[in-house]
Design a protein around this ligand. Structure first.
Ligand SMILES: NC(=O)c1ccc[n+]([C@@H]2O[C@H](COP(=O)([O-])OP(=O)(O)OC[C@H]3O[C@@H](n4cnc5c(N)ncnc54)[C@H](O)[C@@H]3O)[C@@H](O)[C@H]2O)c1
Ligand SMILES: O=C(O)C(=O)C[C@@H](O)[C@H](O)[C@H](O)COP(=O)(O)O
Ligand SMILES: [Zn+2]
Length: 381
């Protein structure tokens, strides 16, 4: 990366979508306390904050104070923390809560929290009164580098991850990188998996930089703001070219075909596996599968797994607490992937670090044999 690491003012990444759907992502320390004027500039007079119990206790009062200073009245809907809230029941709770607050079409729904709150509040906003504007105030590393940008909103179904949802772009993203200071070490690591993903997809220089600077991202040095900005720039560029995943946006799914299956097989239970951990295992598998197919060097697959492991992330199926079933169970779960076409799996594979590509029509038998060998080698490891 060539940009300076420190910035006196928030960095802004613009997402230049057509049709009135363009928006800014502002990145910097202290943006929650400074949120009021930015949201007031959207022309709303009232806001409804959706948050979870952990984040709400830490930041909802400060956000409400800031909005109040800019003349915005706000109410709060609070859900339980964790993936379990991204469910039919969680969706009903948020919609009913927003309706109880009498949220109108001219109001703003504000998602204050990690990716769970962002996806859930965004989906509620997409559907409440057939569409209310929403703002993302992401507080986890994962939400700042990935989920708050791009407009994928939704909930999980018992049969699979994010199977119910809508594209609904936020009007503004305010990523207060100081808020990440209170994140647990485990959730920091999980978010870091999505950071590394951007290097692995298409930017080998960024992956080199991550290998050298990942500790600064965790500790809250200037590297954190730089990494959030780099990921948001990369995601914004892809989303601008392919908003609804007709093509290249699928690259952002690197590691997710495996990862989402593991999340389903562990019952969306954060005590066992969180999204970023599933993605880390999935990316390591995608690279090892690519190497097995002769597409990429085994050295690259090793380098990916080593770096993720150094950052404290799992890279093998055996690392899933309580196990994840056999190859057939994993294949069955992957059959619900949204990239499936005519019943055939699509994977994001790699020719090397930063050289990922979309591979449709992957042979089920090849995947099954790979998974069986992975499970067997895990047992020996
Ligand atoms: N829409 C997208 O494009 C997209 C992209 C990536 C991931 N996702 C989704 O995002 C979700 C994962 O998001 P996540 O990793 O942020 O999980 P999360 O929202 O569950 O947050 C992780 C945990 O950290 C807590 N937390 C969040 N911010 C905190 C802070 N500043 N201080 C202290 N605690 C804090 C939360 O309460 C929660 O317990 C998954 O559902 C995944 O599918 C969506
Ligand atoms: O924004 C995207 O596109 C992504 O794929 C980003 C992923 O990190 C994210 O987990 C997303 O929710 C997965 O999308 P899905 O369509 O596979 O549910
Ligand atoms: Zn993801």
């Amino acid at each position: 990366m060539t940009e300076p690491l420190t910035h006196p003012d928030p960095l802004t990444v613009h997402v230049p979508l057509d049709g009135g759907r363009a928006y800014d992502i502002m990145i910097g320390r202290g943006l929650i306390d400074a949120a009021g004027p930015h949201m007031a500039a959207l022309g709303a007079r009232r806001a409804a904050i959706v948050t979870d119990e952990n984040v709400g206790a830490l930041y909802a009062g400060r956000l409400q104070d800031s909005l109040g200073r800019s003349g915005l009245n706000s109410g709060i809907v609070t859900v339980a923390p964790g993936e379990g809230s991204k469910s039919y029941a969680g969706y009903a709770q948020v919609c009913d809560g927003l309706l109880a607050l009498k949220v109108e079409r001219g109001d703003l729904v504000v998602a204050l929290g990690g990716g769970v709150v962002g996806d859930l509040a965004g989906f509620a906003a997409a559907t409440l009164r057939r569409g209310v504007r929403f703002v993302q105030v992401p507080t986890s590393l994962l939400a700042q580098v990935d989920s708050s940008v791009g407009g994928k909103t939704g909930i999980n179904a018992p049969l699979g991850k994010n199977l119910i949802g809508a594209f609904h772009q936020p009007r503004l993203v305010l990523a207060d990188t100081a808020a990440v200071d209170t994140l647990s070490e485990r959730e920091m690591r999980a978010g870091y998996a999505e950071v590394a993903k951007y290097g692995l997809i298409a930017d080998p220089g960024f992956f080199d930089w991550c290998e050298a600077h990942w500790r600064g991202i965790f500790s809250g040095g200037p590297e954190r703001d730089a990494a959030v900005a780099a990921c948001c720039r990369a995601k914004a560029a892809v989303v601008t070219r392919d908003e609804r995943e007709d093509g290249e946006r699928a690259l952002l799914n690197l590691g997710h075909t495996f990862g989402h299956a593991l999340e389903r097989l562990t019952g969306y239970d954060a005590a066992r596996l969180v999204h970023g951990e599933g993605v880390a295992i999935g990316m390591a598998l995608a690279f090892r599968f690519s190497a097995r197919l002769g597409l990429c060097a085994g050295q690259d697959a090793g380098r990916v797994a080593n770096h993720l492991a150094l950052a404290g992330l799992p890279t093998r199926l055996q690392a899933v607490p309580g196990g994840c079933g056999d190859a057939d169970a994993i294949l069955d779960a992957m059959a619900q992937d949204k990239k499936v076409r005519d019943g055939a799996l699509t994977f994001i594979l790699a020719r090397g670090i930063g050289q990922s590509f979309i591979a449709p029509g992957v042979d089920r038998a090849e995947v099954a044999a790979f998974l069986r060998d992975e499970l067997a080698s895990d047992r020996d490891a």
